[in-house]
Design a protein around this ligand. Structure first.
Ligand SMILES: Nc1nc2c(ncn2[C@@H]2O[C@H](COP(=O)(O)OP(=O)(O)OP(=O)(O)O)[C@@H](O)[C@H]2O)c(=O)[nH]1
Ligand SMILES: [Mg+2]
Length: 293
């Protein structure tokens, strides 16, 4: 019997959803940083076995008080995962506290598919903390199956993977067995630049940026990539570029190195910065930038 299904990962920002997805898929599909609201799209990672196919979806952390249309779209990605899930993975960490009337908890109580409540970052907790969290969540979501893991150290992640497969319904393969994602390479390339912006710049800068790939040309020995970084203000453009271009140079070096690992080919990368005030509230631009919810 062949089993397959959509396994959708949700939770608050920064709890480790993307780290978990990458651990389960065994590839670096989703970008990870120490800052909240890193993931902005629904990102698919496919794992095909002899007799199963898992289609994982990593989602943006649920934004409690959306300040921009971008946040509303990010939350909509989270809501759509309730519609097609065969298994729901709700990830929490020790800083989370959900009330019964939280929208995610309400929705989880009403899904018909299995819910796996995953307490992540167990490496940061002692047994007593873990036990307190287990008790809390088993009362909050009595139907959910509880797991404690460390996505970062990959503790219990293989056991979790096996449990997910056990919960899959019977079904066909949705994708060819060698396909890893539904996104083109240029999407991952833009995400690599965004990840490095999160790692290199401080305060509001990463949140004010979006990246679009203008051209992606594969030649025999090299891939030539031109990317456009949108910022919301002129002052942010100067910060991105840095004194004498030093900051954007570093961004280019770091991004290119990661791209070369990801694409397994030499990369020539050109970065440009453009001011587009209020891109986070501009429906047409958001659509163009891939926010299709
Ligand atoms: N100590 C510890 N840190 C972890 C663990 N899992 C993830 N992290 C760290 O937590 C931070 C956030 O991880 P992400 O995977 O980006 O979290 P996320 O839930 O996808 O965040 P958003 O995309 O912003 O919603 C990173 O610094 C990770 O290295 C874990 O099991 N233990
Ligand atoms: Mg993420």
């Amino acid at each position: 019997m062949f089993k397959s299904g959509f396994v959708n990962i949700i939770g608050r920002p920064n709890v480790g959803k993307s780290t978990l997805m990458n651990a389960l898929v065994g590839e670096r599909m989703s970008i990870i940083t120490y800052k909240p609201q890193t993931t902005r799209h629904r990102i698919i990672g496919i794992v095909s076995g002899e007799d199963y196919q898992l289609v994982f979806s990593d989602t943006p952390g649920f934004v409690h008080d959306p300040s921009y249309k971008m946040h509303e779209k990010m939350n909509r990605y989270v809501f759509t995962t309730f519609e097609d899930a065969d298994v729901m993975l709700m990830v929490v960490d020790r800083s989370d506290k959900y009330d019964e009337d939280h929208v995610l908890i309400q929705k989880l109580k009403n899904v018909s598919c299995p819910v796996l409540l995953i307490i992540n970052k167990m490496d940061l907790m002692d047994e007593a903390d873990l036990e307190t969290m287990r008790t809390y969540y088993s009362e909050l979501l009595p139907e959910a199956h509880l797991y404690s893991i460390s996505a970062l150290q990959e503790t219990n992640t293989q056991a979790l993977f096996d449990q997910i497969v056990a919960h899959l319904p019977e079904g066909p393969a949705y994708f060819p067995p060698d396909q890893l994602s539904d996104r083109p390479q240029r999407f991952f390339v833009a995400e690599i630049i965004r990840e490095n912006i999160f790692l290199l710049y401080r305060e509001e800068i990463p949140y004010s940026c979006e990246v679009a790939i203008e051209s992606f040309k594969e030649e025999e020995n090299i891939i030539r990539i031109e990317a456009l970084i949108f910022v919301s203000r002129k002052s942010q453009q100067s910060i991105i570029i840095g004194k004498g271009g030093s900051a954007i140079k570093q961004l280019g070096i770091d991004s290119r190195q990661k791209m070369e690992t990801f694409l397994e080919k030499k990369v020539f990368l050109q970065l440009h910065v453009k001011v587009r005030e209020d891109w986070r509230n501009n429906d047409r631009l958001l659509e163009k930038l891939g926010y299709n919810q």
